[in-house]
Design a protein around this ligand. Structure first.
Ligand SMILES: [Zn+2]
Length: 365
C-alpha cells in the first residue's frame, strides 16, 4: 500500500476543506508514492516520537499538530522542529498532520471530548458557513431514480440527521442537436420537447466535483444541463466547538472531579459563574477562547477549552463558567481518534499508538 492510500482515507474522514485558513494540515514531509510500512499516531511530533517510529519501523507519523506551521528559511538543525524534519527525511519517515480539519468535523476532537465526558445530544457550537452548494439537474422521467440515487450515493442530500433530501419538479425541457450529435430523444436538427424532472439537492464543497462527475456518467443525455449555486447556509455537520448535555445534572464537586479524571489535570483553572448544577457543557479542544461568546449565547453552564488568557477569563462575567483544561489535555485524545479510525480502515496494517506524552507543560505541587 502506498502512503497516498492512507492520506486519501484520512482526508475522506477529515476533509482538508475544513481546516482554518492559517493552518497547514496535510502531508508536510515525505513522498506520498512511497510504500507504507507502518503508521504511528501522536498528538505532536517530537524527537522522542520520531525515535518511537524508527524503533517500530513505522514510516508515516500522523499527528494532530503540524510540525511545519510557519515557513522555513533555513534547515540547519538549530531548532527542535528543524532537527525533526531533518531526521524524518534521513529516515524516510513521512509526516502527516490532521489539525483544524479534525477540530471542525463531527466525529473529531470535540465529539471525542463530549464522549469522554458522557455528554449526549452533541451539536456543533459554531457551524461553518459557505461550505454548501445547491446542485440542480434536469433528467428525463425514466432516468430520474437512477440519477437521484447516484447523487445521494456521492454525498448529496444530507441535512442534519436526514439523508436523501431533494426537491423534484416536473417540466418541459427543450433541445436541438447540432451536426455531430446523437440525441437521447428526437432527431438532430429538430427542436425537441422532453418531459423532464428538475432535481435539486444540497452538497458540501468537498464532495461536489466527484458528485458532478458521477451525475454526468449516470445521466442519459450527451450534454448534461446542471446548475451549481453557492449557498450562505450554515453546515451543521462541521464547525468549531461542540455543545451537549449530561444525562443527569452534576453537582459542582462531581463536575470538578469528572474534569480532573477525564483530562488528567491536577487542578481546575476557571472564572465566572458556578451554577448549582452543571447540565449543558460547551467544549473546544485546543485554543478555543474565540468561542466564549457562542458558548454564552448557547446558554452553556460551562465552557471547557485551553489557552485562555487573563483578560479572556473576565468575559465569563456572571453568565458562564469558563474553564481552562489545558491545550494538550483537551487534545490528548486526537491520537486515539487516528488510531481507531486507521485500525478499522486498514485492519491488517501496522498502526501504532505513540506512548509519548508530548505535553511540554508540567505541574508541580
Ligand atoms: Zn492544538
Amino acid at each position: 500500500m502506498k502512503i497516498n492510500e492512507i492520506i486519501k482515507a484520512l482526508e475522506e474522514f477529515a476533509p482538508l476543506t475544513f481546516q482554518e485558513p492559517y493552518d497547514n494540515s496535510g502531508l508536510t514531509v515525505g513522498n506520498r508514492d512511497a510504500t507504507a510500512k507502518g503508521i504511528l499516531c501522536t498528538v505532536d511530533v517530537t524527537e522522542e516520537v520520531l525515535d518511537e517510529a524508527i524503533q517500530l519501523g513505522d514510516n508515516i507519523i500522523v499527528s494532530h499538530h503540524p510540525i511545519l506551521f510557519h515557513s522555513l528559511k533555513s534547515l540547519t538543525g538549530i531548532t527542535y522542529n528543524e532537527r525533526i524534519i531533518i531526521q524524518a527525511i534521513k529516515n524516510d519517515i513521512a509526516l502527516y498532520a490532521c489539525h483544524t480539519n479534525i477540530d471542525n468535523i463531527t466525529g473529531g476532537v470535540n465529539q471525542k471530548i463530549c464522549e469522554k465526558l458522557g455528554l449526549i445530544d452533541n451539536k456543533i457550537l459554531n457551524p461553518v458557513e459557505e461550505k454548501l452548494f445547491k446542485l440542480v439537474t434536469f433528467v428525463p422521467e425514466e432516468s430520474v431514480d437512477k440519477v437521484r440515487k447516484t447523487l445521494f450515493d456521492a454525498g448529496a442530500g444530507h441535512i442534519g440527521n436526514y439523508s436523501s433530501c431533494s426537491f423534484n419538479t416536473s417540466g418541459i425541457g427543450t433541445f436541438k442537436g447540432g451536426d455531430n450529435t446523437n440525441p437521447y430523444a428526437g432527431e438532430k436538427g429538430k427542436l425537441h420537447y422532453e418531459k423532464e424532472i428538475r432535481i435539486e439537492t444540497i452538497i458540501p464543497d468537498y464532495k461536489l466535483r466527484e458528485a458532478i462527475q458521477q451525475m454526468i456518467l449516470s445521466h442519459p443525455y450527451e450534454e448534461v444541463a446542471y446548475d451549481v449555486y453557492p449557498l450562505r447556509n450554515t453546515f451543521s455537520q462541521a464547525g468549531s466547538g461542540m455543545i451537549g448535555n449530561f444525562r443527569k445534572p452534576l453537582l459542582k464537586k462531581d463536575f470538578f472531579e469528572l474534569l480532573k479524571n477525564c483530562f488528567t489535570i491536577p487542578c481546575i483553572k476557571y472564572s465566572g459563574n458556578l451554577p448549582e448544577q452543571f447540565k449543558k457543557i460547551a467544549v473546544c479542544g485546543g485554543s478555543g477562547s474565540f468561542l466564549i461568546k457562542d458558548a454564552i449565547k448557547a446558554k452553556a453552564d460551562a465552557f471547557l477549552t485551553g489557552d485562555i488568557k487573563y483578560h479572556q477569563f473576565f468575559d465569563a462575567e456572571k453568565k458562564i463558567m469558563i474553564c481552562d483544561i489545558g491545550h494538550y489535555e483537551s487534545e490528548q485524545f486526537t491520537k486515539e481518534i487516528f488510531y481507531s479510525f486507521l485500525t478499522k480502515k486498514f485492519s491488517k496494517f501496522a498502526v501504532h499508538l505513540s506512548q509519548s506524552v508530548t505535553n511540554p507543560i508540567k505541574y508541580h505541587f
